[in-house]
Design a protein around this ligand. Sequence first.
Ligand SMILES: C[S@@+](CC[C@H](N)C(=O)[O-])C[C@H]1O[C@@H](n2cnc3c(N)ncnc32)[C@H](O)[C@@H]1O
Length: 230
Amino acid sequence: MDSLSSGPVAEVLRRLHQEAEAADAALMQSLASETSSVEQAMRQVVEAEAKDLTGLYHGYADNFLSVSPTFGRFLYMCARSCKARRIVEFGSSMGISAIYMAAALRDMGGGRLIGTDLEPSKAERARANVTAAGLGDLVEFRVGDARQTLQSDMGGDVDMVMLDGAFTLYLPILKLLEPYLKPGAIIIGENAFAQAGGYIQYVRDYQNGYLSLPLSFDPERGNELTVRTK
Ligand SMILES: C[S@@+](CC[C@H](N)C(=O)[O-])C[C@H]1O[C@@H](n2cnc3c(N)ncnc32)[C@H](O)[C@@H]1O
């Protein structure tokens, strides 16, 4: 049985993906018309994050910027296959990806998802959304910059990490979480591009204790699957 296929989780996800499409349509259109390639778009984001990271993401306070339904199912499957009990997410936005992962925890008998977002209004909406999906007891949202919010104790070993916040912070956030990673932990880097902060270079170097590959079902988006090997 999986709770993605029917019931409150499926219904809430259907509604949220519709809301996300409506809320983000204009932004996606303007991003597509302003940039001619993924590389160019990435360069612009890296520059903007260096200038004013908090201001940049505050400007997206009403945008979902969420994973697609396909990618959400992939997250659910990753959590199920590594039998995750504790998951950490950097960049939770309105909680769509958190719902996919928390649904996997529920279907395996429970666990803990620690999510974090800079924007208090987003964390509030994420909380309401996971509660509507019946998953509120499994999820803790920490409000603020992940460089601070993920400093405090994770409460135990981490089986899975979803990196989906500011692109240039994936490496520092991974290093913050590294002491908690179980051997075999899965790390997913959404939009993990080589231009942003050395993350890709780090996880593709086996000497750092990872094996890592780009996800071929979504190559344009720079999504990377990494497994902790020590
Ligand atoms: C792409 S969205 C996340 C989408 C979400 N994972 C989903 O699929 O529903 C990125 C989020 O990261 C948050 N963010 C960016 N930098 C952050 C930081 N330093 N600490 C915490 N959150 C951050 C932004 O506010 C934004 O909501």
